[in-house]
Design a protein around this ligand. Structure first.
Ligand code: ATP
Length: 587
């Protein structure tokens, strides 16, 4: 409890954070970058669990990504006594599946859903492709059909909204869903629809759910799918049962519009008379100069106070193209490393995954260790990050890996469930002990041994369907794909970014914090993308992505552009990004 007391005292020193911490009833915290919303959220959850939520009641916290859930779990774990049993922290998909659909399927008259099979990426692609072909000829352009359908389905569009789009698009959407059903499958978007239906139409489901989790916390509200907004409405505002919502977010950092998310939902929530809204102001992260520059990109009018002086931003033109930008950035990294800077305090942010991969190659050629998590190989989920963490602990030990055996075993039990706990624990620790001297072996063997130790059985649980898909992708990348040469030691190194420069996209830079931020590819028609220019809504989203990237920096920002973009052998010269003019870095 000592660390919780210290964390609470830190909030006390900031008037707005303290005000938010003390709220009773529904609360929305509008929090600009670096203003401590994650810290506030973690402290509030740990404090509520320790003092306000009596067992068997619990708390549920919905996050944007698996990585954010893992980070929050760690932070709450460090602050509070173990209350894993009645604390849920996970993504919207995990929440609807594990907290709503699976437990309440029978109560809502859909017992069939207790044994639901979730479609994998390849099954989704096949079902979609066949649906498109049922409506469109091969020679017709269909590039926006999928994105339109995704946004409308995620928004739980009404018939009137569907009617505003092309009739054939609706027909493809219907075909797609029935293609999946014919194979006994369902996708996550439909699960969200079902969860909303359960909660909105079944009083008993609402009551039982809120009895289990009377305290609902939501992180990054502005980016969460619209289905969650409907769930929050039904759970927290349609019944007077003492439930409490504590939501944090920032409309200026909304960058997931392609999923149908809209920053307006957060504004709508904060304007309710039964919600107390607190706006944080102090940016603890960015030097004042960077905070001032970023302020020009903000769309909301709330003011931000920098917490420390200084902060520098430079812009460099590399007329030879993106490769030259990478080489320049790499030589800057080598210089600052020679002067004593720590590599993990530097991030390189690129507009696309393809450019990240290119930057990673060039940095490696310059002998700079990089940490780039290419989602094309496998995504970050609880299970994939657990396997990486185990590899790290086995080969590098507690000190270097920053993982504790107790933490890994607790995550292992979370994955495997309570059955056969002693057998599973023994099997895992045996594998970990064996690999202490086998760090140079190929990583696919290690994954195979962890699967045999019990992970394979655990992944058959419907609740872990997402993890099962990503572990399958991990296995294929390690066995005969792009990562087949990876050793156990290298697999472990992926579990943390120590000693390496991180390379990431603008979207994935969310929530991160570094001394130095290098933003590459700031060329007009790339950022903003040519498809967004002229569309106010898309432009606003692109501006926010740049705003998020800029505000990851504590002390230094280095921005690069070439003045042109190369599109499949065609060079388009459109000068530097218009956003560089908006922040006053180029004229
Ligand atoms: N009251 C406080 N006193 C001292 N430091 C604080 C306080 N609140 C936050 N910080 C520090 O400010 C930094 C940013 O905090 P945090 O990561 O919680 O911000 P955030 O609002 O989640 O940022 P973003 O939205 O940009 O990801 C962290 O280093 C954190 O420790």
């Amino acid at each position: 409890m000592k660390s919780l007391t210290a964390a609470v005292n830190e909030l006390r020193a900031n008037e707005r954070q303290w005000q938010a911490f003390l709220t009773e009833g529904h609360c929305v915290v509008l929090a600009p970058p670096g203003s401590g919303k994650t810290k506030l959220l973690a402290t509030r959850i740990a404090y509520d669990l320790a003092t306000r939520i009596a067992s068997p009641h619990g708390a549920a916290c919905v996050t944007l990504t698996n990585a954010a859930a893992a980070e929050l779990r760690d932070r709450v774990g460090l602050l509070g006594p173990g209350r894993e049993g009645n604390l849920f922290i996970g993504t919207v998909h995990s929440f609807v599946l594990n907290a709503i659909v699976l437990p309440f399927a029978s109560l809502a008259g859909r017992a069939d859903l207790q044994y639901v099979t979730i479609a994998g990426t390849s099954e989704i692609d096949e079902a979609f492709e066949s649906a498109v072909r049922s409506e469109y000829r091969e020679d017709e352009k269909t590039y926006d059909v999928k994105s339109t359908i995704n946004v409308l389905r995620n928004r739980l569009a009404t018939d009137v909204e569907w009617a505003k789009t092309n009739r054939r698009i609706r027909a493809v959407a219907d075909h797609y869903v029935s293609n999946l059903h014919q194979r006994g499958l369902i996708d996550f978007t439909e699960l969200v629809h079902i969860a909303v239906e359960f909660v909105e139409n079944h009083q008993l489901v609402r009551t039982a759910l809120m009895a289990g989790y009377p305290h609902l916390y939501v992180d990054e509200y502005q980016d969460l799918a619209p289905g969650l907004h409907r769930l929050v409405g039904a759970l927290c505002f349609e019944q007077d049962d003492g439930s409490e919502l504590f939501a944090v977010g920032d409309p200026d950092q909304a960058v997931f519009g392609f999923t149908g998310a809209e920053p307006e939902f957060l504004a709508e929530l904060s304007e309710r008379h039964d919600v107390e809204t607190v706006t944080l102001q102090r940016n603890y992260r960015c030097g004042e100069e960077i905070a001032r520059m970023a302020h020009n990109m903000k769309q909301s009018d709330s003011s931000v106070i920098g917490n420390h002086e200084g902060g520098t931003a430079t812009v460099t033109c590399c007329p030879q193209g993106f490769g030259e930008q990478c080489e320049h950035a790499a030589s800057r990294v080598l210089d600052s490393s020679n002067e004593g800077s720590v590599l993990q305090q530097i991030v390189v942010i690129c507009p696309t995954n393809a450019l990240c991969a290119k930057a990673a190659d060039i940095f490696r050629q310059c002998n700079i260790p990089v940490f780039y998590r290419n989602a094309e190989h496998y995504r970050f989920t609880e299970a994939t990050s657990f396997v990486e963490g185990c590899a790290s602990w086995a080969v590098r030990g507690r000190e270097l890996s920053k993982h504790r055996l107790g933490e890994l075993l607790s995550r292992w039990r979370g994955l495997c469930g309570k059955r056969d706990q002693i057998r599973n624990d023994t099997a895992l620790t045996t594998v970990l002990a064996e690999y202490a001297v086998r760090g140079d072996e190929r990583a696919h063997r290690f994954l195979g041994d962890i699967l045999d130790a019990g992970l394979s059985t655990a992944l058959k649980r419907p609740a872990l369907v997402n993890d099962a898909q990503e572990i399958a992708r991990m296995k294929s990348a390690l066995t005969n794909g792009a990562l087949k040469e990876l050793t156990v030691r290298e697999l472990g190194e992926r579990s943390g970014s120590t000693g390496r420069v991180e390379i990431t996209t603008m979207q994935s830079s969310k929530g991160l914090e570094f001394d130095t931020v290098m933003i590459l590819g700031m060329d007009q028609k790339l950022v903003p993308h040519f498809g967004s220019i002229g569309d106010a809504k898309k432009m606003a989203e692109e501006r926010r992505k740049f705003y998020v990237s800029l505000t990851r920096a504590r002390n230094r920002v280095h921005i690069y552009y070439s003045g042109h973009v190369d599109w499949s052998k065609r060079r388009v010269s459109a000068g530097p990004s218009v956003f560089l003019k908006e922040i006053g870095l180029v004229r």
